[in-house]
Write a protein that binds this ligand. Sequence first.
Ligand code: DI6
Ligand code: FE
Length: 405
Amino acid sequence: MATTHLWHNARLATLADDTGWGLVEHGALLVQDDRLLWVGALDDMPAALRAQAGAQHDLGGALVTPGLVDCHTHLVYGGQRAGEFEMRLQGLDYAEIARSGGGIRSTVAATRACGDAELLAGARRRAQVLMAEGVTTLEIKSGYGLSLLDESRCLSIARQLGAELPLTVRTTYLGAHAIPPEFDGRADDYITAVCAWMPALHAAGLVDAVDAFCENIGFSPAQTRRVFVAARALGLPVKLHAEQLSDQDGAALAAEFGALSCDHLEYLSDAGVDAMRVAGTVAVLLPGAYYFLRETQLPPVAELRAQQVPIALASDHNPGSSPGLSLLLMANMACTLFRMTPLEAVLGITAHGARALGLTDRGRLVAGLRADFAVWDLEHPNELAYWFGHNPCRRVVAGGIERTA
Ligand code: DI6
Ligand code: FE
């Protein structure tokens, strides 16, 4: 029988609900297998439960939070786009570069040219940076392959990372990210192909959700709808890159399909907020992309808050619009740039991030949920959104097991 572990002498920020930090002094976590068996102040733990603890770990009064969830990344790709960054600094705009065949397409070429081992090594390196900062659940999208073979390779590499690293990986099929060169001028035909590949990718166990880039420089709402219809036929949940550069009414379309999340949302309208509220769709804000593209249109945080649409935050790590690898920096930028509160920001990288992936078994320190937690060299959880540029994470337990470096 597996040992039951008692983690004690901690200051817990349980985030048990959305109303506060859920601070518990002299806190303890009893962990059995990959689950939290009991959470609270050590003195309140029933003696019978305490007697079950086979191993004890003294946390020395450190702060403990749920493990972090990065619910939107494009981690698997080849090459980099520092040259494009320089071009943008000289005045070219992201959309112009995309229209002239650069942007996502240049990363597609670099990804296709990369062998599996090289792609895996790059994605693993990036995942390890996120993990060192307390990430225990990571979403990875495809979208730089754009052929059945290359989308399948990228999704398989994401799955492989989940199998070899101590973290949960959720995969999202983003075939509808851009039009590959072989479908130039034939967007509708490409969408037909994206839909036709979906059953095979799903049958291979490679797809947890389906996403699309609904934008002037991406796909139209009508094309996005076709992707969603194909996903629904397979019982797959959908997400959407919506209203990043313009208002396409993408959020309302996604909400109609019960989307788990709509992501970016700088140009989201009141009607879009309302549709998301009704559908229970999570708003995933991506301050890294906002910052790196020097966007000035702010996502409607006050409106989302007023309508009680849950807000998540993610790194959107990708080589074009958000090459950062720090979820804590995203929390900080959500406060400074988007005027979110530190509590909202921390919920955004824990419980609400989990919800954006359809995961209800994590993101809070509550008995019955997964034993995913991070130990910090901090006094109060509001510091998670305060410091930036250094890593205060000291230990991480994922699925009940402590990670070793
Ligand atoms: N929006 C984004 O910010 C990323 N994808 C998307 O649809 C950027 C992708 C890239 O520029 O490579
Ligand atoms: Fe993205």
